[in-house]
Design a protein around this ligand. Structure first.
Ligand code: M6R
Length: 626
């Protein structure tokens, strides 16, 4: 939530900052703003409610002469405190208009700090929690023990703040540096030649450098054009505790590549995402082969000693977690509980040293999931993160990490990350089964070979695109769509409904097909579209035949049945008003295929309704508030 960037270098800072905001806009798009330290020693600020385009239009109209400079910062907002208006847009300035701040997160003690400032005669101009920080820095710089020392003033204020925050401060009298800091929300330094960046994520500066340094908890960094120096909030150097890394993808991965929307590109990238997530995780040996979770720091001995597994996650990642349960329980006979991360720590779950908690998060930043991880660790459980973002907070705080390798996901709706998470779950399940001896090596090898075949099958599902899009356009104006599935088809139904809700703002619900007769069947009326995910006829016959009966029940009551079924499953044909055929796959792996038409469907309905597929209203890609 909120994208922030700071730049010190030799380029036109306004261009650098606006380009960075464009690439980070998926993090929030309630407002955008820039602050540039002009050559005249004046801090030029512009900010505008709404999308970045509004800010750009304002800059184009009012002219950019004031914004000539090589130091600057910017912000794209997902509103928490204060409505998405111009006056609540960042950057905020202190009363001298020399200090500016941009912020991601929530300053939880802003109420007493605000009162303190008001008592000191400071007039606050916004409803945000952020503004207190900039006034406090301004006051600390004006008088007292840190007077005249910008960095010391900022550090003194950071020590007083509570909550989760990434903050970037500039000062008009110190145009050669920027100070930034983080607690529980992300901040990376981009290390260029003669230029430095700070940003919420690396997409902000990937065009200029692939060398980055990730800051740890409660660390601050001062950047100049040629240096960066990391300290704790007391100003002590923490050089050895930072984590330099080289970004292993390039600008092209963060661009749309000829597609109208990132989401459409990301749907097409799914075969590669699944394949890349599997790479290097299996080695052949005499016994048949082994799953290797190379980023994993959990020994086989530990994997053997776990007596239960919890999966915690939010949104689509939670749906991926629901799928993990089917695979892990089936392969290992370990009980698996799947829980919404936002609920987990409030109900006192039974956790101990022999519990494995799997935390799934694309961003690695989601506050609910992070808090669930912290709770699990407090209770001595071992935590394995499944994450798509190198070095994000959740993997950092976990005992082990398995990265999904699907590149940056920019569209707010999770697509390729979801499929990669599901794939990673299978790796975890197979690794557990292997360590615990619930599967023979040759069985593990066979499952892995089936998994390796999945990317080609996902490619074939993408070929259903034209049919699915035509269907979506026909249904773009219905008020409700229901989704049904059984077994692994049930989480797929939930995921299909979530995609439609978040992208097309359409009422959509996913149900376990067997639950229908316990209430929801009352919703069925003439012409209501119901999308049904059929299990493989080659899997458990009982599953298939039960779902067939469910389709007949709803069709008899007038529903329009849209059925996703395996090629050659002729039994379903008479009951499908529309049939979307997907290739045959092992039952547990079928979600990697059946989810894809639902993603395409939601994106097309959203487009037909005239909505921005990448930036649905009220949402942000990384949810860093609870
Ligand atoms: O980054 P995370 O995987 O932790 O994010 C979790 C959810 O916020 C995310 O999956 C969300 O539900 C997506 N918008 C769904 O498409």
């Amino acid at each position: 939530m909120c994208g922030i960037v700071g730049y010190v270098g030799y380029r036109d800072a306004l261009v650098v900052v606006v380009d960075a905001l464009r690439r980070m806009e998926y993090r929030g798009y309630d407002s955008a703003g820039v602050a540039i330290l002009g050559e005249s020693g004046v801090l030029a600020v512009e900010r505008k409610a709404g999308r970045l385009a509004n800010l750009e239009a304002e800059l184009a109209e009012s002219g950019t002469d004031r914004f000539v400079g090589t130091t600057g910062m910017g912000h794209t907002r997902w509103a928490t405190h204060g409505a998405p208006t111009d006056r609540n847009a960042h950057p905020h300035r202190d009363i001298t208009e020399k200090v500016a701040v941009v912020h991601n997160g929530i300053i939880e003690n802003f109420v007493p700090l605000r009162k303190e400032l008001e008592a000191a005669g400071v007039e606050l101009l916004s409803d945000t929690d952020t503004e207190v920080a900039v006034h406090l820095v301004g006051l600390a710089y004006a008088a007292g023990p840190t007077a005249g020392d910008f960095v010391a003033s900022a550090l003194a204020v950071l020590r007083r703040l509570e909550g989760a925050f990434t903050l970037v401060f500039t000062h008009a009298d110190h145009p050669d540096l920027i100070i930034a800091a983080r607690r529980s929300t992300p901040l990376v330094v981009g290390v260029g030649e003669g230029e430095m960046f700070v940003a919420s994520d690396v997409t902000a500066f990937i065009e200029h450098t692939r060398e980055a340094v990730e800051l740890g908890q409660d660390q601050a960094v001062v950047i100049t054009a040629n240096s960066y120096s990391v300290t704790d909030f007391d100003g002590n150097e923490v050089g050895g505790k930072t984590r330099p890394f080289t970004i292993d993808w390039d600008l092209a991965a963060a661009e749309k590549g000829g597609h109208d929307y990132f989401m459409l590109k990301e749907i097409e990238e799914q075969p590669a995402g699944v394949a890349d997530t599997l790479i290097g995780h299996f080695t052949q040996d005499e016994a048949g082969g082994r799953i290797v979770l190379d980023e994993q720091r959990l020994a086989d001995q530990e994997l053997r000693e776990f007596d239960k597994v919890f999966v915690v996650a939010c949104g689509s990642s939670y749906h991926a977690g629901l799928l993990a349960k089917y695979a892990i329980e089936h392969w290992t006979r370990l009980p698996v509980e799947v829980e919404l991360a936002s609920e987990f720590r409030y109900r006192d779950p039974v956790l101990d040293r022999s519990t494995l908690v799997v935390a799934i998060s694309q961003s690695g930043e989601t506050a609910d999931t992070l808090e669930a991880v912290r709770h699990a660790k407090e209770q001595k459980a071992r935590v394995l993160a499944i994450c798509n973002t190198n070095g994000a907070q959740i993997p950092r705080e976990s005992d082990a990490v398995l990265y999904t390798r699907t590149g940056p996901e920019i569209g707010v709706a999770s697509t390729k990350a979801f499929l990669a998470q599901v794939t990673a779950n299978y790796l975890v399940g197979l690794a557990l089964a292997q360590a615990r001896g619930t599967k023979y090596p040759d069985e593990v090898a066979r499952e892995f070979a089936e998994l390796e075949a999945m990317p080609k099958l996902v490619e074939r599902v993408l070929e259903t695109g034209p049919q699915v899009r035509a269907l979506a356009r026909q249904l773009a104006h219905v008020p409700t769509v229901l989704f049904l599935g059984r077994h692994v088809g049930y989480p797929v139904a939930l995921e299909g409904a979530l995609k439609l809700k978040e992208l097309a703002y359409m009422h959509a619900e996913g149900f376990a097909a067997g639950e229908l007769k316990h209430g929801p069947i009352a919703l069925i009326e003439d012409g209501l579209p119901v999308i049904v995910v059929m299990p493989s006829p080659k899997g458990r016959a009982v599953l298939h035949s039960k779902l067939l009966s469910n389709i007949r029940e709803i069709q008899a009551r007038g529903a329009r049945t849209i059925v996703i079924a395996e090629e050659g499953d002729d039994t379903v044909r008479p009951f499908a008003d529309d049939l979307i055929e997907i290739p045959s796959a092992p039952t547990l792996f079928q979600p990697l295929l059946s989810t894809v038409p639902l993603q395409i469907f939601a994106a097309e309905v959203a487009q037909a309704r005239g909505y921005d597929v990448d930036k649905p209203r009220n949402l942000a890609k990384s949810v860093t508030v609870e």
